[in-house]
Write a protein that binds this ligand. Structure first.
Ligand code: WTA
Length: 652
């Protein structure tokens, strides 16, 4: 059976779930969105930008694509992103509405209204401005998921400066690389955060990252959260609460042009070095708000929304901070892990705050499936009326479990496909319009043009597979890679002319619904987190003991993919320690170089790696081994005994 027939039979799904009549009647997103967008795509986005946002200076120009592939959306308009997420809601009389229900891992809690959040952000903007922050400057945010993290992001945005949030699980080495690449002048961090019942230090990592003396960082703001001891550099380090105590809560938001940069978010690509994805203001906020409102069917007066992503990822940017706050939503943010102090913590939070819209990743759902339905069934989840999924394909089995067990068998599920680069959701059902189908992300949103093409760029018919591309510019598209214009063009725009290449394989079924098939490049998806095989290989070969390394993503039932590494030692280290001891050292090393999420599940110490005659590592064969399969075709190998040797050492 050929690979494509195999996929065709796999990606066939008879079950479809139309929305209930009630859901259809009350839905925010109606079928006319598709009609309007297909008649006049640019007019549609201009309408959205005007309806959803406040413009200090209205725009007259919707899209300028003359500088392709760098788009200018709403280019002659001006707005303030922070004003759009805060002040205007207070001015509209919604100041008493809760913006954030914060739940700390140790059980502390705080509900913050729009009025309170606005005041805090104004103060924080005054603090940052008084320390010299100006439009265009870069600020690194390295924080646990606590309200101050959201406040810091909005304060930076308010001043027209650029934030770059670094996930708190990344190591000081990763942090250093991002500080240096962005040439950041400020860092906002915390003494520590709570995770799995313990305090993890953050300030230490910042100190290490800055230690070499050549750093661009002038000030480090430290939020007190963990209560742990920290080192202090006088003059550079400032306690957040002390700075906030003495500052005015008056601050007028200035308007910045629509294309003013808003943030840089580093993500893994196919090379060893993460790339700084650049997003700007007006177009980004328009699509974040539009998708948040319509995909999640947001009724801001009554809904309680919860997206479980950390702000260190794009999902936390668009669907914890910018989308929900631009729409005046009430949401939950939770600092800790799902299983602390007990495996029902998430469901307990849903019950407690009467969460009605819930957005999470398939890997979490699969983990809960394994733990058993008894755990969620102990809680009252009847407030839920819509579920979302993001980060990787959701297998139909997990989809059905999610709907049955979490969604009481009635909630629509929106499977949302997008990327750090796309800024906001691109492919998803609209829950009041589309009959949903387990396993497929389904259809492009109104105003979004996607296609599935073959290697020559030709549309594949229904029931065929190919590569996912975006054929027209969209408002929240990335505007470049920070400091590397060439890499931007090369990575996304050189595979097909005038077309954005997403790096994902996709399949169209008989209904023309899109099924995502995973990355076609060297990017892995581990628990919904993007990691590059090259990045981990670079870290491994930087270890003094290793001569060569190859990394593959092996399929894993829970995490989607798992990192498996094969390492050849320098000859003088061979046999010096047990393989288990060496494996331990190499895993720790990768944790230090990149972060705990990048630690390989397994490191095999091998004598050789399988290579083609032209010297390329044959990852396909390594994947076969890592997944415990019979190795595939080895005819292009230079030396077929290599595989036998590896297999023997792996199976020892
Ligand atoms: C994958 C996360 C299938 C995909 C928002 C993409 C998905 C990469 C889905 C981007 C989905 C994301 N179905 N695959 N619903 N959502 N992906 O930048 O491979 O962290 O290219 O953005 O995740 O990951 P990123």
């Amino acid at each position: 059976m050929s690979e494509s027939t195999n996929i065709d039979s796999l990606l066939h799904e008879e079950r479809q779930f139309p929305p209930s009549a009630d859901f259809v009647t009350n839905a925010v997103g109606k079928p006319d969105l598709y009609t309007r967008a297909s008649k006049d795509r640019l007019g549609f986005w201009a309408d959205q930008a005007r309806e959803l946002l406040h413009w200090h200076t209205p725009f007259t120009q919707t899209l300028d694509w003359s500088g392709a592939p760098v788009a200018r959306w709403f280019g002659d308009g001006a707005l303030n992103v922070s004003y759009n997420c805060l002040d205007r809601h207070v001015e509209a009389g919604l100041g008493d509405r809760v913006a954030l229900h914060f739940e700390g891992e140790p059980g502390d809690q705080k509900s913050i209204t729009y009025a309170e959040l606005t005041e805090a952000v104004k103060k924080a903007a005054n603090v940052m401005a008084s320390r010299g922050l100006r439009q265009g400057d870069r600020v690194i945010i390295y924080m646990p998921l606590i309200p101050e993290a959201v406040i810091a992001m909005l304060a930076v945005a308010r001043l027209g400066a650029i934030h770059s949030v670094v996930f708190g699980g990344f190591s000081s080495e990763s942090l250093r690389a991002r500080i240096d690449d962005a040439q950041a002048t400020m860092v906002v961090t915390a003494d520590g955060g709570h995770r799995r019942g313990a305090v993890f230090p953050l300030k230490d990592a910042v100190d290490h990252a800055i230690a070499d003396g050549a750093s661009s960082v002038e000030n480090v703001f430290v939020v007190k959260r963990g209560g742990n001891d920290v080192e202090w550099v006088a003059g550079r380090d400032l306690w957040w609460h002390e700075e906030m105590a003495g500052v005015s809560d008056e601050h007028t938001a200035e308007a910045f042009e629509s294309e003013n940069p808003l943030f840089i978010l580093y993500t893994s690509g196919t090379t060893g070095k993460p790339k700084g994805i650049l997003h700007t203001s007006g177009g980004y906020l328009t699509q974040a708000a539009f998708t948040h409102k319509n995909v999640f069917d947001l009724h801001p007066e009554t809904d309680v929304y919860w997206c479980t992503a950390d702000i260190g990822w794009i999902t936390g940017h668009s669907y914890v901070v910018y989308g929900p706050l631009a729409n005046g939503a009430t949401q939950v943010i939770y600092e800790g892990t799902p299983d602390t102090p007990h495996p029902g913590r998430w469901w307990e939070i849903i019950e407690k705050y009467r969460v009605s819209i819930f957005y999470t990743a398939p890997t979490a759902i699969r983990t809960f499936m394994k733990l058993g339905r008894e755990i969620p069934q102990k809680f009252d989840l009847s407030s839920l009326r819509l579920l979302g999924s993001v980060g990787e394909p959701i297998n139909p089995e997990a989809w059905i479990w999610y709907r049955e067990v979490i969604g009481s068998g009635i909630t629509p599920i929106v499977d949302t496909w997008w990327q750090t680069e796309t800024g906001a959701i691109m492919i998803s059902a609209l829950p009041g319009v589309t009959a949903t189908k387990p396993g497929s992300a389904q259809v492009p949103l109104p105003g979004i043009s996607i296609d599935v093409v073959d290697d020559a760029g030709v549309h594949v018919g229904p029931e065929a597979g190919g590569l996912l591309v975006v054929t027209e510019p969209w408002p929240s598209m990335l505007r470049g890679i920070w400091g590397d214009e060439e890499r931007f063009k090369e990575t996304y725009w050189s595979t097909f002319p005038n077309t954005y290449f997403a790096g994902d394989g996709a399949h169209l079924d008989a209904d023309n619904d899109v099924w995502l098939l995973g990355r076609v490049d060297d990017v892995m998806n581990v628990s919904g987190h993007r990691l590059s095989t090259m990045e981990i290989e670079s870290a491994l070969v930087a270890h003094p003991m290793s001569a060569e390394a190859a990394v593959v993503g092996a399929s894993d039932d829970t995490t989607g993919q798992a990192i498996v590494a094969f390492v050849i030692l320098k000859s003088r280290f061979v046999g010096t320690e047990t393989d288990a001891a060496l494996e331990g050292q190499l895993r720790t090393w990768v944790g230090e170089q990149i972060g705990a999420i990048a630690k390989p599940r397994k490191v095999f110490i091998v004598a050789e790696l399988p290579k083609t005659r032209s010297g390329k590592i044959m990852r396909r064969l390594l994947r076969d081994i890592a997944e415990g399969r019979e190795v595939g075709d080895t005819t292009t190998l230079t030396d077929t005994t290599v595989i036998r040797t590896i297999n023997t050492s792996v199976n020892d």
